[in-house]
Every structure is written in structure tokens, then in C-alpha cells.
Design a protein around this ligand. Structure first.
Ligand code: PMP
Length: 283
């Protein structure tokens, strides 16, 4: 296995970061996760665009151009012989004596690794998963893909301990999103409901692609808030993320959704997404 750290491709045991790294001390950094299928990066341009935005919002200079990022990501995928999985990349404000103020000088710490995993034929994609709901305890800028993920760690661990695979976070009665995914429901009339973008959620790249694909397919879209109660009574539910694509949700808080099996609209969207991932439009 080979990882990337500050310009070098290294074995993981040689990739070391000093304890004074601000990522370690303050979670002062941002990250991205890009899906890989058939050895190709999926929606990479959109991920790099979101990375640029996250970096700008926390005022770290982007260390690479989009082309440079892409070449490094592809190189890492190639060196690891990965065909399916994801690329994780992270930029922190770098190493400096511990002090809240930005360091006067110093450069960002840039790190990337790959994780090989089956996505398209994963059991979760086939059989669906269970989710629980938990209070959303995060900060108010969830649109920034910050490496500070303590609330998500606790939410997802609570899900695991309840026998579920994802936590849907809830604020003022409304679902915000999953611990590491965007959340959708399908109404009995067959329209897709998804929370509109704002500072309250991460602008999911898979969400964005899925919305485009469903529009092209003629599915009715409702970008609006939805409550936990509405989700309990939905015909179908599913989540999206770069590392899992489209995953059916078959129960929420122990209540079966629809007939407790992945629904037809979710199946159709899974199919459309996979098709797009396998045959990316020539940009
Ligand atoms: N919301 C949160 C909080 C996430 O961590 C993720 C996964 N990165 C998503 C949504 C899904 O975003 P994407 O489709 O870009 O992976």
C-alpha cells in the first residue's frame, strides 16, 4: 500500500505527521472523499471544486491546481492497483507551535490514501440498511467539509450499537442528513424529497449527480425539509455518498419503510447512478 504525504508517495509506516500539526491539535483542516469505479475517479471535478470552496472558507491556500490534484489522485490509484473504493484527501493548516491564531508562515499538510472496497455489489447496496435518528449536534457551518467529525463519530457509533448502519441527524424535528451521507425519501406519489442546500448540510456531490440524473429521468423532485414522522411514513428512503453511491434504507428507528425492502424508485436511481459512474460523460 502506498499513501501520499506532502509531495511524496510512501508506505504508510513512513508517512508521519508531527504532533504539532494543526489537524491533530485543532481539527484545523478539510477533506474530500472521491469514489473510484473501474479504476476511474467519479465526479472528481465536483469534489475538487468543493475542496476549493472548503479551503477558501477556512482560509487555507489550495496547494495544487485541479489538474495537479487529479494527476496525484490518479497516480495514487494506479500505484495501489485499485479498481473500486475511494480516495481520501486531506489538507490541514500545517505544523506550528500550538496557538489559535493562524501561523505566520508554514505550509499546509497534504495527505491522501486509498481504501479498496466493493461499492457497486456491496451487501448494503443490494439489501438496504437500517438507520436510526439522533439529534444533530454539529456546528453551524456543515457546508464546509471539516475534518472535525466528533458529532458524526458519536452519531454513527450510536447507530452501530443500535444495530443500524447509519444515523440520520435531526434538527428542530427535520432531518438534516446522515452522519456521512445525504438523506432522501420518496413519497407515496413517487416524488423524491431532499433537503435544500444551506449551511445546515454538506453539499453532497453524489446528491448533486443523483438530482441531475433523476431530473433527466423525469422523476419529480421536491427540494424541501422533511420531518422524521414524514420519513417513517415514506414509500421509500435512501442515502447517497461518494463511497457508497446509492443505498436503500429499509428501516428508520426500527420502523420498516414501505414494505421493508428496497423500493422500485431507489432501484432505478441506483441503476442510473451506476450507469453514469461506468460511462462518464466525456467532459
Ligand atoms: N453529508 C455528510 C455529513 C458527509 O460526510 C457526506 C460524505 N462525505 C455526505 C453528506 C455525502 O457527500 P458526497 O456525496 O459528496 O460523498
Amino acid at each position: 500500500r502506498i499513501v501520499f504525504l506532502n509531495g511524496s508517495f510512501l508506505p504508510p509506516e513512513e508517512a508521519k505527521v508531527p504532533i504539532m500539526d494543526r489537524g491533530f491539535l485543532f481539527a484545523d483542516g478539510v477533506y474530500e472523499g472521491v469514489g473510484v469505479l473501474d479504476g476511474r475517479l467519479i465526479d472528481n471535478e465536483a469534489h475538487l471544486e468543493r475542496l476549493e470552496r472548503s479551503l477558501r472558507e477556512i482560509r487555507i491556500d489550495n496547494p495544487y491546481s485541479r489538474n495537479e490534484w487529479t494527476r496525484l489522485e490518479q497516480e495514487l490509484v494506479r500505484r495501489n492497483g485499485m479498481t473500486e473504493g475511494f480516495v481520501y484527501l486531506q489538507v490541514t493548516r500545517g505544523v506550528a507551535e500550538r496557538d489559535f491564531f493562524f501561523p505566520q508562515e508554514g505550509k499546509p499538510t497534504v495527505m491522501m490514501f486509498t481504501q479498496t472496497k466493493s461499492i457497486a455489489n456491496a451487501p448494503a447496496a443490494k439489501n438496504g440498511i437500517s438507520v436510526i435518528t439522533v439529534p444533530d449536534q454539529r456546528w453551524e457551518r456543515r457546508d464546509i467539509k471539516s475534518i472535525a467529525l466528533l458529532a458524526q463519530v458519536l452519531a454513527k457509533q450510536a447507530a452501530k450499537e443500535a444495530g443500524a448502519q447509519e444515523a440520520w441527524m435531526v434538527e428542530n424535528g427535520y432531518v438534516t442528513e446522515g452522519g456521512s451521507s445525504s438523506g432522501f425519501i420518496v413519497t407515496k406519489a413517487g416524488s423524491i424529497v431532499v433537503r435544500p442546500l444551506s449551511h445546515a448540510i454538506l453539499p453532497g456531490i453524489t446528491r448533486q449527480s443523483l438530482l441531475r440524473l433523476s431530473k433527466e429521468d423525469g422523476v419529480t423532485l421536491e427540494e424541501r425539509l422533511f420531518t422524521v414522522e414524514e420519513a417513517y411514513g415514506a414509500a421509500e428512503a435512501f442515502l447517497t455518498s461518494a463511497s457508497n453511491f446509492v443505498v436503500p434504507i429499509v428501516s428508520i428507528d426500527g420502523r420498516p419503510i414501505g414494505d421493508g425492502k428496497p423500493g422500485p424508485i431507489t432501484r432505478r436511481l441506483q441503476e442510473l447512478y451506476l450507469q453514469m459512474a461506468r460511462e462518464p460523460a466525456i467532459a
